[in-house]
Design a protein. Structure first.
Lengths: 362, 125
């Protein structure tokens, strides 16, 4: 039985095509994936991401607990910073990837993937250190993402510009947007500038409508899960269950910069990662040059020998050609030609550097 | 939903048009293109390939997913719409103009749906 997010009626009103996703009924698209994708690259898009999970940590043991749980070093964070990290199993496989928000030295918010929420909460609870209180606040939290080159400009029409987070990966815990209290972070999952806004579920529809009203004339459109996936894929951002899983380590996913093995106290899975050494298997980008669209879990061949499998793939709307990410067994340099088995047909592809798309900063 | 009265339809959302000299044109319905969303790739058979009623003869891919296209008829591919290979979005823009293949050497089977029956099938007004 799928749950509705607080914005369900807004999606119906906007003409959203509803599908079940991670236990929720969410719009896969409104007008079309390509139009929504391009709107985010050129103007702005608004997403309902209320399905994401939020877990609050408090107490003198909160930082120590999160340090043990997370691969990144959270001790160097200042109040108002956001940091990306992964949680690992003892063997170095990934439990989930998360964003950690530091409210204060003894107070944090961790944002987790919807599909992993129950598993994550159980894992966190099992590894709580003394003097740490933990609460799953997901059901009391709605989340919207406003993304695109015009995002900040549009948001400034509803909230004083100086009240908004100025730097990437920072947040402001209390901003009033159109009279609604929000936590706003300069984060996102599209490869564009923009923010994520957290508010009380009851106020989410009013916030959604206010944002759309403020930006519609400048090209702001509601965007569904389809565009969310194609945007993150162009930006080569990992998705749990694809580029990350219990069978894939952070180092294999080529996310080593978010892994700090030398931090005081280490982290769960750190010893295993160190013992496994530098992995030969790793994530690469593929640009499909032949005719076809690779999806996830397609076999990849190099010189006619099995070389790994794709983890995600799609037609990239902004780039205009098909792309995929893959886990290849050996280090394969950019420029190497490989073949992807797309439903029984071999399609040529070239190994290319990641990300596929990087925005030009103004 | 546009369902021209002059065409015949399948439950798997292909349309069929009888052309002169026993040639039959096959495409995807407006309902199908709408359900698929933005179509970005089409894989067609080759001229001379046999097609069999109820069997897959092509696939179309939207941004999100791939879908098989089933032949309503048995026969031999006489022509393919090559324009779709470079402009697959034409199926979204004009589903009844964007034919996929033309098949020769067959008569229209009797079990195809007419417009009213297809309308009832997809349950739209």
């Amino acid at each position: 039985m799928e749950k509705k997010t607080p914005l369900y009626e807004c999606h119906i009103a906007c003409g959203g095509k509803i599908v079940p996703f991670a236990g929720y009924l969410l719009p896969v698209q409104y007008t079309g994936v390509i139009a929504e994708h391009l709107a985010v690259r050129s103007k702005a898009g608004l997403f309902d991401v209320s399905h994401m999970g939020e877990v609050a940590f408090e107490g003198s043991g909160a930082l120590l607990t999160l340090q043990r749980l997370c691969t990144n070093d959270l001790a160097t964070m200042a109040d108002g910073q956001v940091r990306y990290a992964m949680m690992c199993y003892e063997d170095g496989g990934v439990v989930d990837d998360v964003l950690v928000y530091r409210h204060g030295a003894q107070r944090y918010l961790v944002v987790v993937n919807a599909a992993n929420r129950d598993k994550d909460v159980a894992w966190m609870r099992a590894h709580l250190l003394p003097d740490t209180a933990m609460a799953d606040v997901s059901d009391g939290t709605a989340q919207l993402a406003l993304q695109g080159p015009l995002a900040m400009q549009l948001l400034a029409r509803l909230a004083p510009d100086q009240s908004l987070p100025q730097k990437n990966y920072t947040f402001v815990p209390e901003v009033w947007v159109a009279g609604i209290r929000c936590l706003i972070s300069r984060t996102g999952y599209t490869g564009e500038d923009g923010v994520e806004l957290y508010c009380a579920p009851a106020e989410a529809p009013a916030l959604w409508n206010a944002l759309l009203e403020a930006g519609a004339a400048d090209g702001l459109v509601p965007c569904g899960l389809g565009a969310r996936d194609t945007l993150r894929l162009e930006a080569a951002m990992p998705l749990y269950g694809h580029e990350l899983s219990a069978d894939i380590t952070p180092l294999e996913a080529r996310l080593g910069i978010f892994v700090k093995p030398g931090k005081p106290g280490g982290f769960i899975g750190g010893e295993a990662l160190a013992a496994r050494g530098t992995p030969t298997r790793g994530r690469v980008g593929l640009r499909v040059t032949g005719r076809g669209i690779a999806r996830e879990d397609c076999p990849v061949y190099r010189d006619n020998q099995p070389a790994g499998r794709t983890t995600s793939g799609t037609h990239a709307p902004y780039l205009g050609y098909p792309i995929a990410m893959a886990l290849l067994d050996d280090d394969v340099p950019a420029g190497t030609m490989v073949e992807i088995d797309v439903r029984g047909r071999r399609v040529e592809a070239e190994v290319v550097p990641l990300p596929f798309y990087k925005r030009t900063k103004k | 939903m546009n369902i021209p009265a002059t065409l015949r339809y399948t439950k798997s959302h292909e349309w069929v048009e009888a052309l002169p000299e026993g040639i039959i044109s096959v495409g995807l319905t407006d309902y199908a293109q709408h359900e698929l969303g933005d179509i970005v790739f089409v894989n067609l058979p080759q001229i001379g390939d046999p097609v069999a009623a109820g069997e897959r003869f092509a696939d179309v891919e939207s941004v999100k997913a791939v879908s098989d296209v089933y032949s309503p008829i048995s026969g031999v591919v006489q022509a393919i719409n090559e324009a779709l290979l470079t402009d697959p979005a034409a199926i979204n823009a004009d589903p009844y103009g964007a034919w996929l293949i033309r098949v020769s050497g067959v008569a229209l089977p009797a079990d195809l749906l007419d417009a009213a029956a297809y309308q009832a099938e997809i349950g739209e007004d």
